[in-house]
Design a protein. Sequence first.
Length: 591
Amino acid sequence: MKLSDLREFIRAGRAEYKATLIVSGGTLVNVASGEIYPADVAVYKDRIVAVGHVSEYRGPETEMIDATGHFLCPGLIDGHLHVECSKMSVTSFAKAVVPLGTTSIVSGLDQILVVSGLEGAREFLDEAKGTPLKIFWGAPCKTPYTLPRSNVGYYFGPDDHRATHSWPECVGIWETVREFVDTMDEHVLQAVEIAEKSRLPILGCSPMCRGNRLNSYLQAGVRSDHESYTADEMLEKLRKGMHVVIRESSISHFLEENLRIVTEMGIGATNRISFCTDDVVASDILGRGHLDNMIRMAVTMGVPPLTAIQMATINGAEALRIGQKVGSISPGLAADILLVKDIGDFRVSAVIAKGRLAARDGRLVDDLTPPARSTLVTDTFKLAPVSREDLLVRAPEAVDKAPVLTIAVTPEQIFVRRQRDVVLPVRDGYVEADPSQDVQYLTVVERYGRTSNRPVAFASGFGLRSGALATSAAPDDNNIVCLGTNPDDMALAINHIVENNGGQVVTDGGRIVSFLPLPIGGIVSDLEPSDMAKKELELDDAARALGCTLPWPFMYMFVLQITAIPDFAITDLGLIDCVNLKVVNPLKQAS
């Protein structure tokens, strides 16, 4: 903050400058003290200057908001969110979540980073300035996150940490993957050292990390984690001094299980428990809600409303060391205030964000216009057309059948991919997919012009009987992932994505059945949230019409490149054994 601004706010705190906005007649939910009592709130520009009796702050031009019959709650904070995984631009995402009460998110912007580098991330951060939504940025521990290292558009490393830790939005190291600490990755250890010198927190990613492995991980200074699969795992992390973040995303539902540490295990303190959504899509946000839904769910499970609100506000802010900026309705903090009639049911009537009325009754007050996009984020594909011949799998010898390792998904748990061994037919020297056994081809096509790799493996569990599905939005590399029953429809799907600078597509019988354009980085769009939700449902319906049996077909495809979760993944290097961190051949008799 400039000295002139600081002096101005100090004077505003003494009522020498009159409030630009006053919220009166409400009942304050004080998440700092744990009390609920009547209070008015005075705002000057984008900051709170007084709470309580604020009549002396009122001037002739002060905007008045009547909060009679409402509770005043702080704006909600999503403690860990890959905003690009919503497939919505920052502007579109703000349109979706701000009316629901989310005013701050913590994001690494790692998906646009691997595509367009620091300049791409900077564009997204600057875009947020034109919306009611704040983005606090965590510098990714490194990119890519994959082990072995796959090919991406930009490699984020120690020099980037040195350059960006001074960015005003930077709140620490993001997504410090446990495997990098286990293997003592040189770049990640350097990033930890740089963060310690910058006095920034180290934000973790340690699913199923317990016992001595957790003890070892904590030596790297990690003090938060959003990846507890069970309440017992979360309790161990909490007992060992970690701040634990409960995740309830569109595809992974851990709130009920993790909240058992409060509702059943009876822990004595909840101030180190917060909320995040990690990966959410438009259809889910518009259907269930965002952090507001997590509060409702927590209350239904027996958590007191005030405690649930603290988990969605001040707890996360304190863990991230941004409690001096957001997290409570307090003088000197951001003027992010929600009007809520019933804190148990938690339906937001109005949202004040950055000191202005931003939304009322579920709708934004002002239209938000996306910024002009640079070619840095609109011209990101550098590969030649793919042919059907590029997607064939040659058998190792003259046989009519081949034993194959498939990467198997299940509807029950999207973040677990097991091994399923099958025997597939061989025709004209090539191993073929077999939909009758629920086995499809699976490929990742490197799109940044580094190698043009396009390894082909096999997947099962999708149920696809015909056609192909493809997406260029696919963390953490955002290379093109394609699943299909035949190489012709797969090649069509891949090439259609490239021709349109990104998207998700369903093909069948040589035709495009459904397509969602994602022209910004090949990963997001400026579509209105309602239009995005409609297209998401259309794509999934098209996939199900071709036999797919999964609840969220494209979300399951979405995560197939992530090597930080068990047991198998696929990247542009090939089929990855995520336990032993190595490339394996899907043809089992091959060396």
